[in-house]
Write a protein that binds this ligand. Structure first.
Ligand SMILES: Cc1cc2nc3c(=O)[nH]c(=O)nc-3n(C[C@H](O)[C@H](O)[C@H](O)COP(=O)(O)O)c2cc1C
Ligand code: SF4
Ligand code: SF4
Length: 440
């Protein structure tokens, strides 16, 4: 049986599944039910400084996009940090930590970008017995207008400065939560590392307007006739999050820096992908908000079953395994040649592959033979792009097949060599290694 126990920056939890800082972690009642359901840890809903708490809108705070089956694909929110008094949150955190000593309890914090504000809150949090802190440099709305959240996370110098203060004023491990609303996520990650962070977590939510109400001509969610941009999350953001995690994992300046992976994780498979790309554990928000705390049961059993099947005994056997296979485009093998293959027994003759290939560019799939609908790939036109695989509604009906060494690619007339050659040395590349500079 696979061992799912996890240690992240020295913080132990029975499994790698933590709830991300958000409404599901905003009070003792919720967090204790989450722990009962099996979550390995939680990052408490972001705490603000002492004093009157922030005020949320009293109207809709969510917008969404759905798949054709009304399954939630992307969620957008305009919620702020906790709107409960700091002292109540601290008391409840302390009680939870006492009741559940084997689970990870992290305090997410966002206070003004001033040394005294951080210096003041850190001992209060430490006193609760929390295992660590997460610096919320990510929220893209509301708080950023007040100079916090993403307003800090978008400026590497500020990230480094605040991390440094936190490392100076607390013994608790520091996890720096990054905003995806930047051009190059490696820059704030490097800054956090320079400041001494123990880890980074990502992603927070993405700036977004999910839709416009065409009766009122106002963005959704609409509050009193107006809308604003919100933070986007859920399954739709997973690809963006995976890329950002991979960028940090393979950056020589941050490689080895522990990463807590967040963004659209809904199933054990999503989680395994984040781990493979270098995350040391994962955090979940939208999936718990959509399906409830019990989804963790399937995440745990699914991950464990898959690990057993594949012979992975501990999480270390998976973590970072895919990082070495992430490369830059210029290093992809241009001698690798594949063609699409259609399984005629599975084909329902819907024609989607034909029209996609025909109208996209390649005209490589037939639509009839002897007057009847018939879909077959023409190797002399197929560039191996796999668009047809992605549009076909039948699982495994179209597959991609690598041409064996020694065969001729009917499209180019070239023999498949099985060798490796990339753009850096390609004759068409004017910048290729050893290329002769064109005469003036
Ligand atoms: C309603 C809502 C409130 C959130 N509040 C916070 C917050 O207070 N602090 C924070 O760091 N992240 C907050 N987040 C972001 C999540 O922690 C998480 O980073 C993001 O939703 C991506 O994960 P997901 O795709 O699993 O939802 C919030 C997200 C949602 C949907
Ligand atoms: S792989 Fe691309 S080019 Fe080949 S048949 Fe499919 S869609 Fe057409
Ligand atoms: S999309 Fe798939 S099912 Fe439809 S015609 Fe093409 S191969 Fe057949």
């Amino acid at each position: 049986m696979a061992d799912l126990r996890n240690t992240f920056v020295g913080i132990k939890s029975p499994n790698p599944f933590w709830l991300a800082s958000a409404p599901p972690t905003d009070k003792q009642y919720n967090v204790e039910r989450a722990f009962k359901a099996g979550w390995g840890g939680v990052v408490w809903k972001t705490l603000g400084e002492e004093g009157p708490p922030v005020v949320n809108v009293n109207g809709p705070r969510y917008g969404a996009i759905w798949g054709a089956d009304r399954r939630l694909l992307g969620l957008n929110n305009i919620e702020l940090i906790t709107d409960r008094p700091l002292q109540i949150n601290l008391q409840e955190m302390k009680a939870v930590k006492m009741n559940w000593p084997d689970r990870a309890l992290i305090a997410s914090i966002m206070v003004p970008c001033e040394e005294d504000a951080w210096k003041a809150i850190l001992p209060l949090v430490e006193e609760t017995g929390a295992d660590g802190i997460e610096l919320n440099f990510g929220c893209p709305h509301g708080m950023s207008e007040r100079g916090m959240g993403a307003a800090v996370g978008q400026v590497p110098e500020y990230v480094e400065m605040v991390v440094r203060w936190c490392k100076q004023y607390t013994r608790m491990p520091v996890i720096t939560k990054l905003t995806p609303n930047v051009t190059d996520v490696r820059k704030p990650a490097r800054a956090a590392k320079h400041g001494g962070t123990d880890a980074v977590s990502l992603i927070n939510t993405i700036n977004s307007i999910v839709s416009v109400d065409l009766d009122t001509f106002a963005p959704v969610p609409t509050v009193g006739g107006k809308g604003t941009h919100g933070g986007y999350c859920g399954p739709a953001v997973k690809p963006i999050a995976l890329h950002m995690v991979a960028e940090i994992a393979r950056d020589p300046e941050t490689s080895g820096l522990p990463i807590s992976g967040i963004g659209g994780i809904t199933t054990w498979r999503d989680a395994a992908e984040f781990l493979a790309l270098g995350a040391g554990n994962v955090q979940v928000c939208t999936a718990a908000m959509t399906y409830g705390f019990k989804i963790v049961e399937e995440m745990i059993s699914g991950l464990s079953n898959w690990m057993d099947e594949k012979g992975h005994r501990t999480l270390d056997d998976i973590t970072g395994r895919a990082v070495r296979n992430v490369t830059d485009w210029q290093f992809l093998n241009l001698e690798y040649i594949s063609k699409a293959r259609i399984n005629q027994e599975l084909c329902i003759k819907c024609g989607r592959c034909h029209i996609a290939c025909e109208d996209t560019s390649h005209q490589a799939i037939t639509k009839e033979k002897n007057g009847v609908r018939y879909f077959e790939v023409m190797d002399d036109e197929c560039v191996g792009c796999n668009l047809c695989v992605n549009v076909c509604p039948v699982d495994d009906c179209i597959t991609m097949e690598a041409l064996p060494i020694g065969t001729v690619d009917e499209r180019t007339g070239r023999v498949v060599t099985g060798q490796y050659a990339n753009w850096t040395t390609h004759p068409n590349n004017p910048m290729r290694k050893g290329a002769v500079e064109p005469a003036e």
